[in-house]
Design a protein around this ligand. Sequence first.
Ligand code: NDP
Length: 417
Amino acid sequence: MKLLVIGCGGVARVAIIKAAKSGEFSEIMIASRTVGKCEALARELEGESKAKLLTAAVDAADVEALCGLISGFGPGAVLNLALPYQDLTIMEACLKCGVDYIDTANYECEDTDDPEWRAAYEKRVKEKGFTAYFDYSYQWAMKEKFEKAGLCALLGSGFDPGVSEVYCAYAQKHYFDTIETIDILDCNGGDHGYAFATNFNPEINLREVSANGSYIENGKWIETKPLEIKREYDFPEVGKKDMYLLHHEELESLAVNIKGVKRIRFFMTFGQSYIQHMNCLKDVGMLSTTPVEFEGREIVPIKFLKELLPDPATLGARTKGKTNIGCIFTGMKDGKKKTLYIYNVCDHEKCYEEVGSQAISYTTGVPAMVGALLVSNGTWRKPGVYNCEEFDPDPYMEALEKYGLPFVVKEDPELVD
Ligand code: NDP
């Protein structure tokens, strides 16, 4: 099996190391904007990789360039670990070249001032009722094309989205007749020692956290102001943390695919220092995506900020502590009320020891590799465009255990009010 990985950042590093050492792939091509990063990783894996590693430079926004790369290498699947901005061009190239597609984040438009995109966005905000810049409509609209081509696109195979949805499918299959509520809790109890840094791509992370929050209740989106809803939760193996309700992309697909669910919420933990820095940067306009004129040239404030912040890929060596990410379910089984918590705990320092990355890249990179593996070997392959909860969760859960993300199933957990 041949795999093409696009992007060579924090998440890609983990997925590539895991795929290279798994013995499941014969050849892996690492292709990204900065080919030097791909070459450095390939060199680092010399003697350890069971797959032959190749590297290439590619602009993932260019469909023709992608097609040249895909047809020259001939992979069975493309794992997109670049940025959500490139989802549509990579999917288009996969359709043209007849290969399967896997990613970890749904499409987001890089230029939110583009009039055509804005018109479609305003329409969607009115129709659906949430204002996030990202949504599944663009990728779901390609379902028929993938079906007709006999190709599979697996969307959002990271931790959240990704494992969070597989936990929902697993709870539905093994523990509930009806799931009534889902709370997805994402806790990072790690400390990297910086006053302010983001755990994954700063641009994507800050756009997500500084946006309005939202949740789904009885089929309707309810929006909140950014970080308006706060709760405290005592996370197993991490302890008490403040967490905030965010809009998150898997709410959209779970509302469609988990039949009968009445409420879905997503919470993420943040420390006070992170929130103060983010609010301050937002207030002064540093999170803006609209270009400004500076000393005779145009700069995009959030892209400039990204250059100043620590590269998330370098946080591994200094991060201590654990993550705990999981889902709390309430519902009915055999006519009785039931509550359940499925979660994974991941230790930053152990991740660094194993792959030289912190746990956020690890908890995303492992499921990205697992998704690529299950699509490539046919276990999770069917023509069309799918989210992770639409497949049998068991092989995915088994592979998570095998590749480093074991899970805990806890009955009668503390609930979030
Ligand atoms: P990074 O910024 O570390 O890496 C992104 C990589 O993509 C870089 O190597 C970058 O190249 C490359 N890239 C960017 N633009 C292009 C382009 N036009 N053509 C080719 N390559 C390009 O990001 P992360 O690794 O932190 O995140 C990767 C993805 O994972 C993102 O989509 C993010 O949203 C997603 N994610 C998903 C999570 C989940 O749980 N589902 C959690 C965390 C992240 P260069 O090196 O030149 O900058």
